[in-house]
Ligand binder design. Structure first.
Ligand SMILES: CCCCCCC/C=C/C(=O)SCCNC(=O)CCNC(=O)[C@H](O)C(C)(C)COP(=O)(O)OP(=O)(O)OC[C@H]1O[C@@H](n2cnc3c(N)ncnc32)[C@H](O)[C@@H]1OP(=O)(O)O
Ligand code: NDP
Length: 295
């Protein structure tokens, strides 16, 4: 499903630690879980499709080192009851929670004017509300109760590179911008409890599962978009997971409230999904624009 982790971290870095990775059965989440379990972590992977999670767990457990173990929990992150059950399950199985990766997420392609209110809400719930609900639930039921000042938690929120908006996926752009700001607020409120909160903003990362959601559009998208990425290629899931694992680890103990891109030089700029074709609008009001200066 996924190639080797890139981590340079020392073996056993996460021995005894418990981490939750939402959307951990596929794509980026799978790569993150794989790297963690190979470093000795206990990891709960959570998503809606239990069959996908179970298949992933049996593969991932083959990468386990030093007591690392994968547990699975069915959870729709849009549902608060499911979120509460996930935290109960994680505490029962792992005995503790040291890290959370809010990775489950997604959206659909549509111009703003065609998105229904329910569709917009569904995307906001999937990407933003879920992050708030799960982070808060773990804070209230675990991190806020720890007396030992050396006990710390780390939350990594996966968003996406959309500093300049996200045409054709505006609902997701808005939700992810919300996650970035929520990250900064949680980072400042919870620093006194030793909880760090950061974002990782991937650019275009080739994951079979992720791109499968877009059917035939994905091929056309990739060929038009690759020249716009300074690296001239997509990233890989492992190139994202190495940063996520670093942020989860104590090596990042002085880093909180940040948003870091993994985007092949895009500077977290907008993923260039083309706006709908249009004739040259916004023509210059004064003077003529030479033809070669137009698309
Ligand atoms: C072209 C290539 C682009 C590449 C981009 C590269 C960068 C980004 C990559 C990634 O993010 S990869 C990960 C991708 N994975 C996913 O997107 C999966 C998760 N997505 C979803 O589950 C859905 O998109 C969802 C909307 C978040 C949830 O859908 P669900 O069907 O479960 O929602 P409901 O509550 O049933 O429906 C609510 C509402 O939403 C409307 N809707 C759902 N899908 C679409 C669609 N494809 N087009 C238009 N509208 C959609 C649905 O119709 C409902 O609205 P109403 O019809 O009732 O008004
Ligand atoms: N690949 C890319 O280029 C980029 C990806 N991202 C983001 O990275 C994250 C991972 O993407 P990627 O691995 O590529 O794609 P995937 O489609 O493989 O991952 C999405 C995961 O989220 C889970 N998920 C979706 N909705 C829910 C829900 N309501 N409740 C629980 N789990 C849910 C899915 O599992 P299930 O369907 O079983 O619930 C799936 O495992 C996503 O947030 C994505 O938007 C950001 C930038 C670029």
């Amino acid at each position: 499903m996924s190639s080797l982790a890139l981590t340079p971290f020392k073996a056993g870095l996460f021995v005894g630690k418990g981490i939750i990775v939402t959307g951990g059965g596929t794509g980026l989440g799978y790569a993150i879980a794989k790297e963690l379990v190979s470093l000795g972590a206990k990891v709960v992977i959570a998503a809606r499709r239990i069959d996908v999670l179970e298949a992933a767990a049996s593969e991932l457990n083959k990468s386990s080192q030093r007591g690392g173990k994968i547990y699975v929990c069915q959870c729709n992150v849009r549902n608060e009851d499911d979120i509460q059950k996930l935290v109960t399950f994680a505490l029962e199985t792992m005995g503790r929670i040291d890290g959370l990766v809010n990775n489950a997420g997604g959206q659909f392609v549509s111009p703003v004017e065609n998105i229904s209110a329910r569709g917009f809400k569904a995307v906001v719930e999937t990407n933003l509300l879920s992050c708030f609900m799960l982070s808060k639930e773990i804070y209230n039921r675990w991190w806020s109760l720890q007396e030992d000042s050396k006990t710390s938690g780390s939350i990594v929120n996966i968003i996406l590179a959309n500093k300049n908006g996200f045409p054709m996926m505006a609902h997701s752009g808005a939700a992810r911008a919300g996650v970035e700001n929520l990250t900064k607020s949680m980072a400042l409120e919870w620093i006194g409890r030793g909880v760090r909160v950061n974002c990782v903003a991937p650019g275009i990362i080739y994951t079979e599962s992720g791109f499968a959601n877009y059917g035939e559009m994905a091929g056309a998208f990739l060929s038009s978009v690759l020249p716009c990425i300074p690296a001239h290629r997509c990233g890989t899931a492992e190139e994202v997971s190495s940063l996520v694992v670093f942020l989860l680890s104590d090596a990042a103990v002085y880093i909180t409230g940040q948003n870091m891109g993994v985007d092949g030089g895009m500077g977290q700029g907008t993923i260039p999904l083309r706006p709908q074709d249009h004739g040259a609008s916004l023509l210059p009001v004064y003077g003529e624009l030479p033809m070669k200066a137009r698309l």
